[in-house]
Ligand binder design. Sequence first.
Ligand code: T5A
Ligand code: NA
Length: 216
Amino acid sequence: MSINRGKLILIEGLDRSGKSTQCDCLTAKLGANTVLVKFPDRTTPIGHQINAYLTSASDAKNDSLESMHLLFSANRWELASTIKAHLTAGRDVVLDRYVYSGIAYSYVASRASSTRQPLSLDWLQVPDLGLLKPDVFFFLNVSEEEQVRRAGFGEELYEKREFQRSVADIFHKILPKGDETFHLIDADKSLDEISSVIYETVAAAPQPGDFQYYIK
Ligand code: T5A
Ligand code: NA
């Protein structure tokens, strides 16, 4: 008898929207048979390069944006077979950020400098084609006022107000809003309120069927 495959659950959102907090809560609530995967995974060799990029003080990094975009995607690809193996073995996998962050941040970064070509959505989507699609997808939508109020905002490369405003715009353009797997969450609410909605939605989601992949 074959076991049911696990659910692939994605929590995306703006910076400081509470993604990691909610991923931890959900992973704990779902129990021991659940795996949490955070992107970028800064522990791999590719992740080390990404971490250096995100934490470096210099703004003059636009020349390397194409290669950084490909590295963020490669970071997802290097974990793709591990994620699929967990799901096949019946374990739920919770993703903290994924391809939508990849597209949104590179899109805005390529427009933040007048000295380089902006990157098109078509180009930005290609490296992630073929990756597994989530079965349940949450986007944590936090207001600008609440975002800057939360601890730690402004420490990393992309945590600037103007930049975050543009990231919010592009996220809302690319999110699969009509899709039944997609859930927009008001992330200004309390931690407990949000975690209840997320857990109940996951618990009520149908048993997933065949794996689905991002295709052109
Ligand atoms: N990036 C990422 C790319 O450019 N390309 C890619 O392909 C990918 C995957 C780092 C950067 O990388 C970019 C996007 C980012 O700029 P990261 O490592 O996920 O990505 O960023 P982090 O700094 O870890 O995470 P965030 O800053 O986005 O924060 P979270 O995870 O959204 O928020 P969290 O849970 O850490 O909470 C922040 C604070 O708010 C409080 C928490 O206690 C914490 O202090 N908080 C709440 N307070 C009140 N009410 C609530 N409901 C709260 N929930 C949390
Ligand atoms: Na986080």
